[in-house]
Each structure stands twice: as structure tokens, then as C-alpha cells.
Design a protein around this ligand. Structure first.
Ligand SMILES: Nc1ncnc2c1ncn2[C@@H]1O[C@H](COP(=O)(O)OP(=O)(O)OP(=O)(O)O)[C@@H](O)[C@H]1O
Ligand SMILES: [Mg+2]
Length: 282
């Protein structure tokens, strides 16, 4: 059997993975779907028979470990291990974005309940506490005041060590929406506003999407955010701060784009597949 030009590595088949596979079929490209749960790699060997690997695993741990193995064995993986590790963690991303001169929400990190209460007090209430690793708005809470914060921190202190790293951001004063911009290679291919009735605008929580036009400033911010985490195909999440303009609060290394395709009408799956095929030829 000849090696495919590319492999879509997944652990959950979302709309995105089906769309990527469909785009490959339409392009007549030999792209294979591979369930990460069926992988069993001899990591001291060479990666043969994958082509360019489009890393689409939802699980952070499967994602970075399968990337580490395949990339270490010589495969070209998009996004690379560095991006998976860096963008997969909101604190690491925050530090890198700052260093790259990308505006970000003010943030603190603390390692005990009392220290986190002090940090939240300094940031001012309301503020937002987030797991450093996670998505879909899960376990992200708005801390309305010291009493609510103390209760949430107490619960977190009893959880997995990940949740005992207390990453707290200022609550950004913005319109009731945020922005998701999809970057493929050197271009922002499309962007959406995400609106919702609640303060979290994630589509996974019932947010509504509408097209967002990409101006020169947004393009520049997104490309710098991509570079900060050494990314190639990423979803950049931005908020429009009343005073400071565009702030980046997250860079997604296995980005969802279903609603961006739906409301912008841009064929993002085809753009991603041709990027992967092109990367394999370089
Ligand atoms: N500092 C903040 N101030 C105000 N709103 C915020 C702040 N941080 C996040 N939000 C809101 O909460 C939502 C979820 O936050 P964030 O994107 O950081 O988490 P996530 O769960 O990793 O998201 P995703 O599903 O996009 O991966 C954002 O889309 C935004 O609407
Ligand atoms: Mg987000």
C-alpha cells in the first residue's frame, strides 16, 4: 500500500473532521482518516505511511503525545508539538503573546487559595478564573466577588493539580461578543463574531455566529499570535476591549470552524487540506 499524501488524525469525528475528509475527496487527494485510539506506535522506528499529519485530536493529552511520537519519528505534523504544548495552555500562550507584543487581558497566576484571592482582589471583581488547559468554556467561572471566589477556589483546591493552578484574568469590558479568526499559513481566511446571552460566547455553549470582516489590524494581530506559538493552522480568539482595542485571549491549535464556514461561506476545509498537501511537497 502506498503512503497517503496526508493523514487526518482524530479521536472524535466532529463536523470539521468530516468536512476535511470531504474536501480531500473532492480534491482527488489520497488523504486517510486515522483514529488515534487505534494507534500503537513503535516510537523508536520511523514514521512511514502517514504523509503530512493533520492533528485533530480533541483530547489535549492524546493530541500532544501522539504529535510528540509521530513528529519524533520524522512525520510532518500540523500543528507541531511546540504549538500543541504552548497553545494548549492558556498561561503559556499568555506569556508568549505578551512577549510578541500582542495585547492580552491582564492576568495573574497563583498557587494557593489565599494567594489567588489576593490576586483577584488586585485585578478587581468581576474577574475570570480558567483552567490553563481546557476548551468549550468548561470550568471557566466569573468571580463576582471575594465570597464567590473563595468558594470556587476551595473546590478547585480539592481537584486535580491542574485546577490548583489558579489562572485569573480581568473581566474584559467588551461588547457582548468575541471574535474567532481562522489562520491558515500566512492568511486569516475568515472570522466570525460569537454572540451569546450569557457572558461566555463559546459556540459549544449555544453562542450565535455572524461574519466579521478582517481588517489590516486584525490580520496583523492574528499572524503575530500564530507566530507567538509557532502555529500553522490556528483559531485566534479575540475580544474588543473598549479602551485597548483587540486583545487575544486564546490561540486554538485544533480549532473548530463549522460556524465560520456556515456564516462566511469560505471553504476552510479545502484551504486547510491544500495547505497540508502543499506542506508535504516542501
Ligand atoms: N477575560 C475575559 N473577560 C470577558 N470574557 C471572557 C474572558 N475570557 C473569556 N471570556 C469569554 O469566555 C469564553 C471562553 O473563554 P476562552 O476562549 O478563554 O475559553 P475556552 O473554553 O478555551 O474556549 P474555546 O472553546 O474557544 O476553546 C470566551 O469566548 C469569551 O466570550
Ligand atoms: Mg476560546
Amino acid at each position: 500500500m502506498t503512503a497517503p499524501a496526508a493523514t487526518i488524525l482524530y479521536d472524535t469525528v466532529r463536523w470539521e473532521e468530516k468536512a476535511l475528509s470531504g474536501a480531500a475527496r473532492r480534491a482527488g487527494a489520497d488523504v486517510r482518516m486515522l483514529d488515534c485510539r487505534s494507534l500503537s506506535l513503535d516510537v523508536d522506528g520511523e514514521a512511514r505511511g502517514y504523509g503530512t499529519v493533520l492533528q485533530r485530536c480533541v483530547s489535549y493529552y492524546r493530541n500532544v503525545h501522539s504529535t510528540a511520537a509521530l513528529e519524533g519519528m520524522g512525520a510532518r505534523v500540523i500543528n507541531c508539538l511546540r504549538t500543541g504544548m504552548l497553545a494548549g495552555n492558556k498561561l503559556y500562550t499568555h506569556m508568549l503573546l505578551r512577549k510578541a507584543g500582542v495585547a492580552v487581558p491582564r492576568a495573574t497566576v497563583s498557587f494557593s487559595r489565599d494567594a489567588a484571592l489576593g490576586a483577584a482582589g488586585r485585578l478587581g471583581y468581576p474577574c475570570v478564573i480558567k483552567p490553563t488547559v481546557g476548551s468549550w468554556g468548561r470550568m471557566i467561572s466569573r468571580l463576582s466577588g471575594a465570597e464567590a471566589a473563595s468558594g470556587i477556589l476551595e473546590m478547585r483546591e480539592a481537584m486535580h493539580p491542574l485546577y490548583q493552578v489558579h489562572y485569573v484574568e480581568e473581566f474584559v469590558k467588551r461588547p457582548p461578543r468575541d471574535i474567532r479568526a481562522i489562520v491558515v499559513g500566512d492568511r486569516v481566511v475568515a472570522a466570525i463574531y460569537r454572540h451569546s446571552d450569557g457572558w461566555k460566547t463559546n459556540m459549544a455553549l449555544g453562542g450565535r455566529a455572524e461574519p466579521c470582516s478582517v481588517g489590516a489590524e486584525m490580520e496583523d494581530v492574528c499572524i503575530r499570535a500564530r507566530d507567538a506559538v509557532h502555529g500553522e493552522i490556528v483559531g485566534v480568539d479575540l475580544m474588543e476591549d473598549e479602551a485597548r482595542g483587540l486583545l487575544v485571549h486564546e490561540v486554538n491549535n485544533t480549532t473548530e470552524f463549522k460556524n465560520t464556514v456556515r456564516v462566511c461561506g469560505v471553504d476552510i476545509p479545502s484551504i486547510m487540506v491544500s495547505h497540508a498537501l502543499e506542506a508535504g511537497r516542501r
